[in-house]
Design a protein around this ligand. Sequence first.
Ligand SMILES: [Mg+2]
Length: 376
Amino acid sequence: MDRVVELDLVVTELEHVSVGGRVNFELAVDAPAHITETFTGLTDLGPELGLTVVLREEPLSPANPDDLQLVVTLLGEPVPARALAAVGNTLGNHNANIQRVETLARRRLHCIEMQASIDPAERESLATELLSVSTRYDVDIAVQEEGLGRRTKRLVVMDVDSTLIQSEVIDELADVAGVGERVAEITHRAMNGELDFHASLRERLALLKGLPVSALDEVEKRLTYTPGTRSLVRVLKEMGYKIAILSGGFTHFVDRFKEELGLDYAYASELEIKDGHLTGQVVGTPVDGERKAALVKEIAEAESIRLNQVIVIGDGANDLPMMGLAGLGIAFNAKPRVREMAPYNINRKGLDSILFLLGVSEQEIEQVEALSGDNQ
Ligand SMILES: [Mg+2]
């Protein structure tokens, strides 16, 4: 460094990477042609200080101002070296210039984030090829455009059944009513987009007619949050996000989740109750896919948040309209048909894995957990 200062050179890049106790320090300087001989003394320092010193002369390759800056996030349990190599090769085949590679998580889950610049014309074919890498090696790969848009998200909207919680409430109600299998089969097909939402909901609700209100409390006890839910919510709140849950399920349950997790908004359909029993109908219009999309717009507007600052997470076909509106629409362990149509897919157990797409590291998540005193 003293030599660089002495020669009054301009440092153009500086990088320090530490991997498993080994430190790699790189310094790029603008230097007149053939100045390398003035640095040769540096290589002699190597053996003396126990360092490996490499000097390289490289012509300056100016960055193309039209290039897109992309962030490629790899998530796996673990991310095998073969997947990493395949992603590197795919980026190389599209003449992408990898500028940064960072490990965001390496314990419960393995997450690697790469930043690369690429010719915009290559963007689509790159994404298609990375999708096939993702399927081949069972890793999730998300390609996002880097920039302010990625770092200024402000609202997260989540579906509830099979997203925030692990089950479908209507299936649980049906189970208590003794019509579990029949209803579960209809739910599965409806969420995969094979059946009309309203007709299938009517059919399932009708099977619940006469169920006593006490069954709602019984079902409530059975419901469990998806692993990582509390952690996700805590970190998002720490980051200043507004959080909403929108459900095709029912207010009785969703209001409790809102209260318990301290969320900002919750909307769901309301079960009609007469004389202490379910009538098999809902009050007013049920919350379907279109209503969810409209609610996302309403909430964003009320909070003065642009739609490209919204993140939507869901698993069902009725979540696709709102996913399509958002800056980042994520299908979480989604039904096959939804996976094919969703902008992004995450197929990991923990809901908090979503945070890695925002560039949050495992260490940062743990810091928030430590503050809150538990880690459910
Ligand atoms: Mg769902």
